[in-house]
Design a protein around this ligand. Structure first.
Ligand code: URA
Length: 233
């Protein structure tokens, strides 16, 4: 790959800015100043320094976010704030989008990426990727309702797949799903004449919030990326 393309893919500089930095001798390839913008680099193995900063090549970017109430899981919206509004400008350059949707009033874990094929694979019902939600509901859940919810209920022409529910009180607990239909949990509770009052996603695949504050974000670790990419293969 050309070094000016490499720098623009890494969102470090436009190709014009790269050309100017190269002319000033401020782009180093394996310790040597580059003279031409069409110099070839091997992105995985070369060491590139731009204006004194080492540039790390990442084909894709992955951000984990703790969504607050009132934000929509979309890249833009005419009325509401979106989860992308929680990111700093330098991250918004990466064309990230949410991997799956949480309702506007659902809180918690959202994965943002620009890796379309992987997002698609992780959301595919065939992969059975687990999502764990903490819930609170309006009325106590009895054994019969818990069994019905776990076995699968009709949410309007679709019968949900088996899931696991662990109660923490009569009206709260955690549910683990391996699918993700639109408004699924709220519709499941409606199907047993109950109502969800609070919903928070606390796990998606291998990812957990792990102390990340509401409204905060962090980059995924190399290990998390590797695990997700292996799951998507
Ligand atoms: N199920 C719902 O009903 N809403 C969500 O946001 C996620 C799962």
């Amino acid at each position: 790959m050309r070094i000016d393309k490499f720098l623009s893919e890494c969102k470090v500089a436009t190709r014009r800015e790269s050309g100017a930095a190269i002319r000033r001798g401020q782009v180093l390839l394996d310790g040597v100043a580059v003279k031409r913008a069409d110099t070839q680099v091997d992105p995985e193995h070369c060491e590139v320094v731009y204006c004194g900063e080492r540039v790390f090549y990442r084909r894709y970017t992955y951000v984990l976010l703790n969504k607050p109430d009132g934000y929509v899981s979309a890249t833009e919206d005419a009325r509401d704030k979106t989860v992308l509004d929680l990111l700093p400008p330098e991250l918004r350059k990466f064309d990230l989008f949410p991997c799956g949707r949480l309702d506007k009033n659902t809180l918690g874990l959202v994965l943002l990426t620009n890796n379309g094929p992987l997002a698609h694979a992780l959301l595919s019902p065939k992969r059975h990727v687990e999502k764990v939600y903490r819930f609170e509901c309006a009325h106590p859940l009895g054994e019969t309702e818990i069994e019905a919810l776990q076995a699968g209920v009709d949410i309007g022409g679709y019968v949900t797949k088996p899931c696991r529910i662990v109660m923490q009180s009569e009206t709260s607990g955690e549910i683990t799903l391996a699918e993700g239909k639109y408004h699924q949990i709220k519709l499941m509770w409606n199907a047993v004449d109950n109502r969800i009052l609070y919903l928070e996603r606390i796990r998606f695949a291998c990812l957990t919030l792990d102390g990340l504050e509401r409204g905060a974000w962090r980059m995924l670790t190399d290990e998390e990326i590797k695990t997700l990419e292996e799951m998507g293969n």
